[in-house]
Design a protein around this ligand. Sequence first.
Ligand code: FUB
Length: 324
Amino acid sequence: MKNAKYLLGENSGMYMADPSAKVFQGKLYIYPSHDRESGIAENDNGDHFDMNDYHVFSMEDIEGVITDHGVILDVENIPWSGRQLWDSDVAEKDGKYYLYFSLKDKNDIFHIGVAIADQPEGPFVAQPAPIKGSYSIDPSVLKDDDGSYYIYFGGLWGGQLQRYRNNKAQEAGAEPADNEPALCAKVARLSKDMLEFAEEPRDLVILDENGKPLTAGDQDRRFFEASWMHKYKGKYYFSYSTGNTHYLQYAIGDNPYGPFTYKGVLLTPVVGWTTHHSIVEFKGKWYLFHHDSVPSGGKTWLRSMKVVELEYNPDGTIQMIEGE
Ligand code: FUB
């Protein structure tokens, strides 16, 4: 597959974003955010992303049919819910499936919740409270080869990461000055039961070509949201969105915590404000799942999932993909 394709076609009238693709039981499962038209005006806080449930999709083959398994979790069934179900991801351990999701509580503060199912297609049952000490958005989970699980999270602006330093909420939540180190995505090992952080979340530092942390003013390269971790030939690849400059970027490290060294652009800007993705190997090929707002006529809050093949160079760098 050389050209990107819309997973639900261009006229489905369903809008799905932030696709997290995982292989379970030999099948590809896709866990997206479910965009909808709620009439809320667009703003920098992301209020227009007013989603209230999740679906899951599966595919036996990347060129084959895609199955919609319907609603797997509804905001009404999450005991601590306020509003806005944003990006999510799923991990499997010992035959159980754990859905990690971003949601605002009743005080409009984002946290990360967990819901559990016996099958990858759900239904998922939410835990009564969010992960203790969790904040911000966009969880994604790596299962490492030694059986440890790591959760990555964080997002600026509407994702509220700028309100925290050292895992504590601040009085005045502002981004650092342009010449200071950028705010980092967070990483923590998960507890054995998959329901808590096993340690204080750490900063996932991204270094430039001179070994210096990327600065807050380096907006084309610094982390904004949409963490994703995958492994290729023993190396750890952290990929992410730069938010207001609309790139997907990636950095490579030697362990799940980093530091990571910035390597390059993964995807140039797409139509729509956000860009968000996952990377997965399926049946011997690598794919970039992402989204854009072309089918909705450019509406930022109504996005459509796409997939395109991803290729590595012999030195382990990734060939840049042009957003369409
Ligand atoms: O879908 C809502 C938010 O938009 C996600 O959590 C962000 O990563 C951005 O894609």
